[in-house]
Design a protein around this ligand. Structure first.
Ligand code: ATP
Ligand code: MG
Length: 391
């Protein structure tokens, strides 16, 4: 198990002060699988105040839940006191947390056996639920009683499917059965938490597991939009997922392209305005013959930009539509002209006497003028043309 020097330093400092410390959760799981961890979480029997005494620079990021962020140079490491969750009254949040001195108790409140493993270089593994064995067999298994774990926090069901798509693991039968029986409880979880997991699922290496999201019944309770989109086209979506790049915007477009109220659905998922705008660009052209001729390609490129155009090529190639080679050649050639490349700008038009809305419209017309003949892209020619339209 590889551990960075910063993490070793934190574990050593805790030990010097007389406390236990382990790395835990995703970083241990990933290391066992040979994947470099994207961050390290540390768990300890030191209480938050004690952690703050041991380390010079700390931030109270989640002190109520026992988490203190320890800063080493510019990197923050979450150090969390062993805890047990109190009663869960509402299928999502424990009503209280309680600290404990026992690592095993801390591990037993975690979601899946593969996430309930702790490691310390001197003490070795704490793996009371045989998570390493499940990792080896590529199995996702709820800790202790899956049914209870899903009732305590319903988001765990979506995490289960998301991990299965990220790691390519199967879900252990009892765990899957419990998931199918508790699906409706996810309605108690905030849409923000659902969307964060959903985005990880649709961009995961095995994102065709979106089929499980549907088959288990879980997608029926994550909002009307998802329910509608996935109940009609789940096979087609999974098929296209297998072909397109793992990209959030393209994946969202593929899922919602056939929905008349796609924009409202994206809004209801509380996605950022940027993501919604980019996704809607692809949806607009999802079913149209975009690559029919150079003139059309130029117009669409200038409207949606290079990045979206490349995504459209990727999607249309997956859909096995025609003229893909022509589109690839087009985008890589110099034929690309967009508003930015035109040798006249809004300010020039203002000086010529254009006002307000006229300016944008005139630039669009000048773009057509340049499309017709690239030689028209000189300030003189564009000015002459623009003046013809000045009222
Ligand atoms: P990722 O690679 O996506 O970060 P991760 O396993 O680190 O995966 P996190 O959401 O960062 O996932 O959570 C860290 C750890 O906290 C998990 O490995 C798990 O032990 C525990 N955990 C997180 N969310 C839950 C939850 N909803 N219920 C129970 N345990 C959880
Ligand atoms: Mg993590």
């Amino acid at each position: 198990m590889k551990i960075t020097n910063d993490v070793l330093y934190i574990l050593n400092k805790l030990a010097e002060a007389g406390y236990e410390g382990y790395i835990v959760g995703g970083c241990v799981r990933d290391s066992i699988m040979g994947i470099p961890p994207h961050d390290y979480d540390i768990t300890t029997n030191a209480l938050p105040d004690e952690i703050k005494k041991i380390f010079r620079r700390t931030v109270d990021t989640g002190i109520k839940h026992g988490t203190v962020t320890v800063l080493i140079d510019k990197t923050g490491y979450e150090v969390t006191t062993y805890r047990i969750d109190g009663e869960y009254g509402d299928f999502r949040h424990p009503s209280s947390v309680e600290f404990t001195g026992d690592i095993i108790k801390d591990l037993s409140r975690r979601d899946f056996t593969m996430n309930a493993i702790a490691y310390n270089p001197q003490k070795g593994y704490a793996d009371p639920f045989f998570g390493r064995q499940d990792i080896e067999q590529k199995i996702i298994r709820g800790v202790r009683e899956p049914d209870l774990r899903f009732k305590e926090d319903a988001l765990r069901m979506l995490r289960c499917i998301r991990f299965s798509a990220q790691l390519g693991f199967d879900i252990e039968p009892q765990t899957y059965k419990a998931l199918t029986q508790n699906c409706s409880l996810i309605q108690n979880v905030s849409i923000e938490r659902i969307t964060a997991e959903f985005l990880k699922l649709i961009t995961a290496p095995y994102n065709e597991k979106i089929l499980l999201f549907r088959e288990s019944g879980l997608s029926d309770y994550c909002g009307e939009g998802l329910k509608k989109a996935l109940s009609k086209r789940e096979k087609e979506i999974a098929y296209l997922f297998g072909k397109i790049k793992k990209d959030e915007i393209s994946a969202l477009a593929v899922i919602f392209a056939e929905e008349k109220d796609a924009y409202d659905i994206l809004k209801s998922l509380r996605l950022s305005n940027d993501i919604i705008r980019e996704t809607m660009k692809l949806i607009k052209y999802y079913n149209s013959d975009v690559f029919c001729d150079i003139f059309t390609m130029r117009k669409i490129l200038s409207e949606i930009g290079t990045e979206s155009f490349l995504r459209l090529i990727d999607i249309k190639e997956a859909k096995n539509e025609g003229r893909i080679n022509e589109a690839k050649l087009f985008i890589s050639s110099e034929q690309r002209i967009t508003k930015k490349d035109i040798n006249i700008n809004g300010n020039d038009l203002l000086i010529l006497g254009f006002k307000g809305m006229e300016i944008g419209k005139t630039i669009d017309r000048l773009l057509d003028f340049v499309f017709e003949n690239p030689k028209n892209n000189t300030k003189e020619a564009l000015t002459r043309e623009a003046l013809k339209w000045l009222h």
